[in-house]
Design a protein around this ligand. Structure first.
Ligand code: F6R
Length: 246
């Protein structure tokens, strides 16, 4: 695993954007696996800036997002489809037909998950998967559990995740209780992983993920087994990992 430790959130965002743009430049028809949440916002902003300067071209890029809340329409401000439109898709020259996010309003979420697995397969797999990490070690919405869920599946969100995400909704009761998430196998099959972490509140999860056993109780720990992981984090988020490694 390659680790880049940066001073703060801004430099972490820029480093992650550097890595993603290298991918886009070297392989203009890349399949990018994308994440939402507060961590990658600065990276998307940087990519948009470079696109506006003429340094990046998304014309042939295809994307597949990690997850979506069950029950939120694509125009809902807290839906992940809306997030992606806001932060990236509507701001660059990507073909909307090449962007994929599970449909939160699908009448049959299980069938939607099956269809999503097909989409990933038909794209020929993911070239680079961007990930953030939850404070409980989740990646995508793969929550701590007794087993690693393999492919896209419907998840009951844990109290910890509902609590963490309540800040984006009018009230805690408005946070959806379920989501659809890419599974661990789909994530692990990506050729490269770019894991981004920022802030002191992630420091414990980062340490538990990379120092200690690979266990579904800390879903991100599976990344220890991936051959090509780049971890980009600010000092605060990496502090406990670095301490443990000394
Ligand atoms: C988002 C996702 C989640 C987040 C994680 C961290 O698509 O899959 O796993 O990456 O919850 O969220 P933030 O970045 O808001 O701390």
């Amino acid at each position: 695993m390659k680790i880049y430790m940066t001073e703060d959130y801004q430099t972490m965002s820029r480093k992650a954007a550097n890595i993603l743009s290298a991918q886009i430049i070297l392989k203009p028809n890349s399949v990018l696996g994308l994440a939402t949440g507060s961590t990658p916002v600065g990276m998307y902003k940087q990519l948009v800036t470079w696109y506006e300067k003429g340094d990046l071209d998304f014309a042939e890029i295809k994307t597949v997002n990690l997850d979506e809340y069950v029950g939120l329409e694509p125009t809902h401000e807290q839906s992940y489809r809306y997030f992606m439109e806001e932060h990236l898709f509507s701001r660059v020259n990507i073909n909307p037909a090449n962007t994929n996010v599970p449909d939160g309003l699908a009448a049959d979420p299980q069938a939607e998950c099956k269809w999503y697995n097909q989409v990933i397969r038909q794209m020929g797999g993911i070239d680079i998967q961007v990930l953030g990490m939850g404070r409980n070690g989740h990646i995508g919405f793969n929550e701590p559990g007794d087993a690693f869920e393999l492919e896209t599946h419907v998840v009951d969100l844990t109290e910890s995740t509902i609590e963490a995400n309540a800040r984006f909704f009018a009230s805690r009761d408005d946070v959806p209780r379920q989501a659809m998430s890419m599974g661990i196998k789909s994530i692990m099959m990506a050729k490269k992983i770019l894991l981004m972490v920022s802030g002191e509140d992630k420091a414990d999860a980062v340490k538990r993920a990379f120092v200690g056993p690979v266990t579904p109780q800390v879903p991100a720990s599976i990344l220890q087994l991936h051959p090509y992981v780049t971890l980009v984090g600010d000092k605060a988020a990496l502090s406990k990992l670095m301490e443990a490694k000394q």
